[in-house]
Ligand binder design. Structure first.
Ligand code: ADP
Length: 472
C-alpha cells in the first residue's frame, strides 16, 4: 500500500476513534446528568410529596373526608408515575440524553421518594395515637404499599445505576485497550513501511558514495519506496555504465598520450642531435645572432624533452599496476634525502623527520617519487633563514597521513587546486626551474593507492602538503 494512503488511513482512523469516543463520553455524561425536563419533573415530585405528607397529617388530626379522597387521588397519580418508571426502568441503558428514562432522572426521582417516604413515615408514626387509630390504619393501608413499591424501585434504581456505570467503565477500558493496540499497530506499520526502507536507502547511498555501485535495493510492493528503489537501481546501473565509459576513455587518452609522447621523442632527438652537430662543426662560421638562435634551439629542445619525459612518466603511472607491498616509509624518506643532500646543504636547511615513521602498504618506487616531488619542491621554494623542513606522519582510522612542511614562499589559497593540474606553475621559470608536472604525478600516484593529497599554505609563510595512504 502506498505510504501516503497508509498515513492518511492512520490519521482518519485515529480521528474517527477520537470523535467516536468523545461522542460516547458525551452521551454517557448526558445520560447520567438527565435533561432539564426531568429535573423539572423531579421538582414537581418534590411538591407532590410535600402535599401528600400535609394531607396525611391533616387527615390524621381532623379526619376530613375530602383529605382522604385527595390522598387517594394523589396516590393514584403516583401509582401511574411508578408504573411508568417500573416498566421503563428495566430498559435503562446508556443510550444518551434522548432516553425516555435516563439514569439521571431515576436517580433524582429515587432521592425524592426516599425523602417522601421518610416524611410520610414520620407523619404516620407521629400520629399513631389511640384516638385516631382508624384513620391511622386507613392511611397505613393506603400509603404503605406505596412506600413498599417506592423502596423496591429505589433499590432497583441503585442497582441499575451501578451496573450502568460499571458497563460504561468496562466499555471505556475496552476502548482504551483498543486504542493502545491500534497505536502499536500503526507505529509498527510506520516503522516497517518507512524507517526500514529509509535505512536501506541510506546504506545504499553510503555504498554509492564510497564507490560500490553493485548495491541494489529490493523493489518489493507498490509503494513510494519501491519506486524510489527502482530509481536508485536505475541510477547505479547508469553510473556503472558511465564509470566504465570513463575508464575506457581514460585508457584511450593515456594510450594516446603515451604513443604521441613516444613518437615525438624521435624527431626531437633528431633536432637535439643535429643542432648539437651544427654547434660543434659550424659555430665559428656563424655570427652572434646565428649562435644565439642555435643556443635557443638547443635549450628549447632540452625543455621539450623534459616535458615529454614528464608526460611519459604520468601516462606510465596509469598504465602500470600499483603493486602493494609492506614498505618502510622511513627508508623511502632517507633515500630521497640522500638524493637531495647537496641541495639541502647548499641552502643550509634544517631537516626534522618525526620519530617512528611507519611501515605502509604501497608501491614503494611510486611513493618514493611522491616524497621526492614534495621534498624537492619544499627545498626549491625555501626562501628564509633559518630554513626549516619537516617531514611527519599521523595514524588515522583508515591508514596513515604524511606531511611535508616548509617555511618557504607559500601559496595563495586560490591556487590550491590549480597547482595539481598538469604543467601549472605559479612562478617564472627564470626564478624557479621545473616543468609543473610534479604535483600532478603525486596526485595520480596517491589516488591510485586510494588516498588523497591536499595543501595548506599561507603566501609568504610556508606550505604543508599532506597525502594519505589507506591500509588495504
Ligand atoms: P614544478 O615544481 O616542477 O614547477 P609542481 O607540479 O611540483 O611543478 O608544482 C606546481 C607549482 O606549485 C609550482 O610551480 C609552484 O608554483 C607551486 N608549488 C609546489 N610546491 C610548492 C611549495 N612547497 N611552496 C610553494 N609553492 C609550491
Amino acid at each position: 500500500m502506498s505510504i501516503r494512503l497508509r498515513v492518511l488511513g492512520s490519521v482518519v482512523l485515529l480521528v474517527v476513534f477520537l470523535i467516536g469516543s468523545g461522542l460516547y463520553d458525551r452521551a454517557v455524561i448526558n445520560g447520567l446528568r438527565g435533561d432539564a425536563k426531568m429535573i423539572n419533573l423531579s421538582g414537581t415530585e418534590r411538591v407532590r410529596a410535600a402535599k401528600l405528607a400535609y394531607l396525611a397529617r391533616r387527615y390524621l388530626s381532623e379526619g376530613r373526608k375530602e383529605d382522604r379522597n385527595e390522598i387517594e387521588r394523589e396516590i393514584a397519580v403516583y401509582e401511574n408515575v411508578l408504573k411508568g418508571l417500573e416498566s421503563g426502568s428495566d430498559e435503562i441503558g446508556l443510550k444518551g440524553a434522548e432516553d425516555k428514562i435516563s439514569l439521571g432522572y431515576l436517580r433524582e426521582a429515587g432521592e425524592i421518594w426516599k425523602r417522601y417516604r421518610k416524611s410520610l413515615e414520620s407523619v404516620i408514626s407521629g400520629n399513631s395515637s389511640e384516638n385516631n387509630g382508624d384513620a391511622y390504619s386507613e392511611i397505613d393501608s393506603l400509603v404503605f404499599p406505596l412506600i413498599e413499591r417506592i423502596n423496591k424501585l429505589t433499590y432497583h434504581l441503585d442497582d441499575l445505576s451501578t451496573s450502568a456505570v460499571n458497563r460504561f467503565m468496562k466499555t471505556k477500558r475496552a476502548l482504551l485497550a483498543l486504542a493502545a493496540v491500534l497505536g502499536v499497530v500503526i507505529a509498527f506499520d510506520i516503522i516497517l513501511a518507512i524507517v526500514r526502507p529509509m535505512n536501506r536507502l541510506l546504506q545504499g547511498m553510503n555504498c554509492v558514495a564510497e564507490g560500490d555501485l553493485d548495491y541494489q535495493l529490493k523493489e518489493a510492493g507498490d509503494n513510494e519506496f519501491s519506486l524510489l528503489a527502482g530509481s536508485f537501481n536505475h541510477m547505479t546501473e547508469n553510473l556503472k555504465e558511465y564509470r566504465m565509459e570513463l575508464k575506457r576513455v581514460n585508457k584511450e587518452l593515456e594510450d594516446f598520450v603515451y604513443t604521441v609522447s613516444h613518437d615525438l621523442k624521435e624527431p626531437l632527438r633528431g633536432i637535439a642531435s643535429f643542432s648539437q652537430f651544427v654547434k660543434e662543426d659550424y659555430e665559428d662560421k656563424l655570427d652572434d645572432r646565428g649562435r644565439d638562435y642555435l643556443e635557443r634551439i638547443i635549450r628549447s629542445s632540452g625543455r621539450m624533452k623534459e616535458l615529454i619525459d614528464d608526460l611519459l612518466t604520468l601516462s606510465r603511472i596509469g598504465r602500470t599496476k600499483t603493486e602493494l607491498q609492506r614498505v618502510s616509509s622511513k627508508a623511502l624518506v632517507e633515500e630521497v634525502m640522500a638524493r637531495l643532500r647537496f641541495a639541502i646543504e647548499e641552502k643550509n636547511i634544517e631537516v626534522n623527520i618525526r620519530e617512528g615513521m611507519p611501515d605502509i602498504y604501497c608501491d614503494g618506487a611510486k611513493i618514493k617519487e611522491v616524497f621526492a616531488n614534495l621534498i624537492s619542491n619544499a627545498v626549491k621554494f625555501m626562501d628564509k633563514r633559518p630554513a626549516v623542513l619537516e617531514i611527519g606522519w599521523r595514524k588515522d582510522s583508515s591508514g596513515h597521513t604524511f606531511f611535508v612542511r616548509d617555511n618557504g614562499i607559500g601559496i595563495e589559497a586560490r591556487y590550491f587546486d590549480k597547482i595539481f593540474e598538469i604543467f601549472q606553475r605559479l612562478n617564472r621559470k627564470e626564478d624557479y626551474e621545473g616543468s609543473g608536472a610534479g604535483l600532478t604525478i603525486v596526485k595520480k600516484v596517491v589516488e591510485n593507492h586510494g588516498g588523497k593529497v591536499w595543501v595548506e599554505s599561507t603566501a609568504g609563510e610556508g606550505s604543508i602538503f599532506y597525502f594519505s595512504i589507506p591500509e588495504p
